[in-house]
Design a protein around this ligand. Structure first.
Ligand SMILES: [Zn+2]
Length: 269
């Protein structure tokens, strides 16, 4: 079992066998550098095969460890090959961050787990199999200002708990910035469409949907054709409060891009 799986099992059951430690996340050391260089060699167009829950990925591309306004959230997860995407999904994500940088230059974001280099099962995720799923960390605010105090705990971020109003249970002055969540989803869909993709499914804890839709961008999201889940199993539901999950899909099913081997059926829960 991989290191990430060994860490995530106790995390998901709420038992911490290892002390919570911050990561010196901004440093790209030699190990990371070598890994990034090695994975940058494949410039062949990606192929997403099958579906997000039963699929694989060919020529997956590594998400940058950090960009000007975003960062991958966990060094071990990154080095264990859990940060790969279809090239068009990656391009859409990077355009989204660029756009957010122009609009909100002071705001910083975190991307969480994506897919294995060759896709396939990635425990404990049920999807994330063909390079078209992305987990995004919820942007937080405290007293009206961006808050980053919970961004540095790596994989344990998945275990953080928020109440049904989007307040961090251990400090209710820390809350999810729902307007920014909705804005990010809309932007991602916008840029995805330029790449022949679209946001096909958003997974967020069901109890948080009314908070999400109550915001300015949330209203636009609600009016959009983007599908936000309507029902989830209790476990899956409880996990989607610290982050939101996106499944991208190919937009044109009749005239698919050459690399599109994905079979798509309308989302259902
Ligand atoms: Zn996910």
């Amino acid at each position: 079992m991989s290191k990430v799986s060994l860490r995530i099992v106790p995390i998901l059951f709420g038992v911490f066998f290892s002390p919570v430690f911050g990561q010196d996340r901004f440093v790209i050391d030699e190990e990371l550098q070598t890994y990034i260089q090695e994975k940058a060699l494949d410039d062949t167009i990606s192929e997403s095969i099958g579906t997000v829950s039963n699929g694989s990925l060919k020529h997956g591309k590594l998400v940058p460890y950090k960009g000007r306004n975003f960062m991958y959230f966990d060094r071990t997860s990154y080095l264990e090959g859990r940060a790969f995407l279809n090239d068009l999904a990656l391009k859409s994500m990077l355009s989204t961050y660029d756009s957010l940088l122009a609009a909100l230059p002071q705001r910083y974001f975190n991307v969480m787990e994506c897919s294995h280099e060759h896709g396939g099962e990635m425990f404990p995720h049920r999807t994330h199999q063909n390079g078209l799923s992305i987990d995004f960390m919820m942007p937080l605010v405290k007293d009206g200002s961006p808050y980053y105090g919970l961004d540095t705990i790596g994989l344990e971020h998945y275990a953080l708990q928020f109440d049904d109003n989007g307040r961090y249970t251990k400090d209710t002055t820390i809350t999810i910035d729902f307007d920014l969540v909705a804005r990010q989803i809309l932007l991602l869909d916008h840029f995805a469409k330029q790449n022949g993709l679209a946001v096909f499914k958003v997974i967020i804890k069901i109890e948080l949907k009314d908070e999400l839709f109550a915001t300015q961008y949330g209203q636009r999201l609600k009016e959009s054709r983007i599908y936000v889940v309507r029902g989830l199993s209790p476990l899956i539901n409880s996990l989607h409060d610290d982050h939101f999950h996106i499944d991208l899909g190919f937009k044109f099913t009749k005239t698919p891009p050459a690399q599109n081997k994905q079979t798509f059926s309308p989302p259902n829960d």
